[in-house]
Design a protein around this ligand. Structure first.
Ligand code: M6R
Length: 365
C-alpha cells in the first residue's frame, strides 16, 4: 500500500494536496460565501449562540487546536480555550451553557480525548469532534462533527491529519464568522484562498531537495529549537514534536520572542534553531529574534518565502515555501518540518513509521 514510497510517512506527506482537497470537497459555498458541514447538527440559531469554544486534544491534534484558537479569534471573534484532554478531564473549569466543547482527534480513539468529551457531555455541554477515523468512538459519541476524509494515516507521526485539521478549523471559523461580522467579500476571498491551497501544497513539496541538504548538515545535532510567532507558534511546537518522536533528537518549540526569557541559554554552535519566518505581520519581529540567535553563534535554518533576500542574508540555510495569507501559513510551513523530521530520522537510522515507545493511537490513559 505504500506504492512507490519507502515509508507510509513519506507517502502521507505527499498525499497532502489530495487530502486537503478532500477535506474541502463539497463544503465551500461560494454563493453564500461560507462553508457548510453535513454532520455538525447545529442550526443557525444554536451557532449564533455559541459564545465560547473549548478545544481539547492530545499531541499533534492539540497543536492543530492551537492554530484553531487563532483562526476562530480572527474570523469569528469567538473566545477559544485550548486544553490538553488529559488535563481537561480532571479539571472542573467553569463553563457556561453556551460553551461548546470541540475535540480534535485523528484516530477518534485517544483515551484522554474520549474521556474529556464524555465528561463535557455529562455536564450538559454541546460536544463536537473533528475526526479522521470514520465510525470511531469519538465520532460516534460527539453530538456533531466533521470528518477529515484524509484516508487512513498509518505512520505513527501524524502529518496529513494535521494539515486537514487546520483546513477544517479554517472552514469552521469561516462558517462561524459568517454568522457574525465577516462580510461576504471577506468570505469569498477566504474561499478562493482555500481553493488554491492544494496547488500551493503541491508547489511546497518541491522544497524536499533543499530539506535533504539541511538534514545532512544537521542530523548530528543533539538539540534543536523551533521558533515561530502567532499562527506559527503552534507549528514550532509541531515541528519539534515531529523531530523528537521519529529521530529521538531533543527538540523544543517556543514562541520566538520567549527565547530571551530562558531558552537562549541553550544556544551554542551545536544547537541549530529552525525559524518559521515567511512574510507577514510579525516578519520584522521574527527577524530580530533570529538575529539574537545569530549573535550568540547559533546556526539558523529559516523556513522563508521564496526569494527572500533579507532572510538569506542572515540565516545559514533557507528552505523556501510559497507565499500564502497568514492564516494558511501553518499548513504550508508544516510541510518542510514534516520532511525535515523524516529525512533526519532516516539519516539517524530510525524506524520512521514505528518509532520506539509509541503507538498510533493511545487508548490507555
Ligand atoms: O488520534 P489522535 O489525533 O487523538 O492522536 C493524538 C496523539 O496521540 C498524536 O497526535 C501523537 O501525538 C502523534 N504521534 C504525533 O505525531
Amino acid at each position: 500500500e505504500k506504492g512507490a514510497f519507502p515509508h507510509f510517512m513519506l507517502k502521507e506527506i505527499y498525499e497532502q494536496p489530495e487530502t486537503l482537497a478532500n477535506a474541502m470537497r463539497g463544503r465551500l459555498e461560494a454563493d453564500n460565501a461560507t462553508a457548510h458541514f453535513g454532520g455538525l447538527n447545529l442550526g443557525a440559531q444554536q451557532l449564533r449562540q455559541i459564545d465560547r469554544v473549548v478545544m481539547t486534544a492530545c499531541g499533534t491534534s492539540y497543536h492543530a487546536a492551537l492554530v484553531g484558537e487563532y483562526l476562530f479569534e480572527e474570523f469569528a471573534r469567538v473566545p477559544v480555550e485550548v486544553e490538553y484532554a488529559s488535563e481537561l478531564r480532571y479539571r472542573n473549569p467553569p463553563m457556561d451553557r453556551n460553551t461548546v466543547v470541540l475535540a480534535l482527534t485523528q484516530s477518534g480513539e485517544t483515551a484522554d480525548t474520549l474521556a474529556a468529551l464524555r465528561e463535557s457531555k455529562r455536564m450538559g455541554h454541546t460536544t463536537l469532534a473533528i475526526c479522521n477515523a470514520v465510525g470511531s468512538s469519538i465520532a460516534r459519541e460527539a453530538d456533531g462533527g466533521v470528518y477529515l476524509h484524509a484516508g487512513p494515516e498509518i505512520g505513527v507521526a501524524s502529518t496529513k491529519a494535521f494539515t486537514s485539521q487546520v483546513a477544517v478549523l479554517a472552514m469552521l471559523a469561516l462558517y462561524l464568522g459568517r454568522t457574525r461580522h465577516l462580510s461576504s467579500t471577506q468570505g469569498q476571498r477566504i474561499i478562493a484562498e482555500l481553493q488554491a491551497l492544494p496547488g500551493v501544497i503541491r508547489k511546497t513539496l518541491e522544497c524536499h531537495d533543499q530539506v535533504k541538504l539541511v538534514a545532512q548538515k544537521y542530523a548530528g545535532a543533539k538539540n534543536v529549537l523551533y521558533l515561530g510567532r502567532q499562527y506559527l507558534y503552534p507549528v514550532a511546537l509541531e515541528g519539534a514534536l515531529k523531530l523528537k518522536e521519529i529521530s529521538y533528537i531533543h527538540a523544543e518549540g517556543y514562541p520566538a520572542a520567549e527565547m530571551k526569557h530562558g531558552p537562549i541559554a541553550l544556544v551554542d554552535e551545536n544547537t541549530p534553531s529552525v525559524f518559521l519566518v515567511p512574510r507577514g505581520n510579525v516578519f520584522d519581529k521574527v527577524m530580530s529574534n533570529m538575529q539574537e540567535i545569530k549573535a550568540r553563534g547559533g546556526p539558523v535554518i529559516a523556513i522563508a518565502s521564496a526569494g527572500d533576500h533579507e532572510v538569506s542574508a542572515v540565516a545559514d540555510d533557507v528552505i523556501e515555501i510559497p507565499d500564502v495569507p497568514e492564516y494558511l501559513q501553518p499548513i504550508v510551513t508544516a510541510i518542510p518540518l514534516q520532511l525535515l523530521a523524516y529525512e533526519i530520522a532516516l539519516l539517524c537510522g530510525c524506524d520512521v513509521d514505528k518509532p520506539r515507545n509509541l503507538a498510533k493511537s493511545v487508548t490507555v490513559e
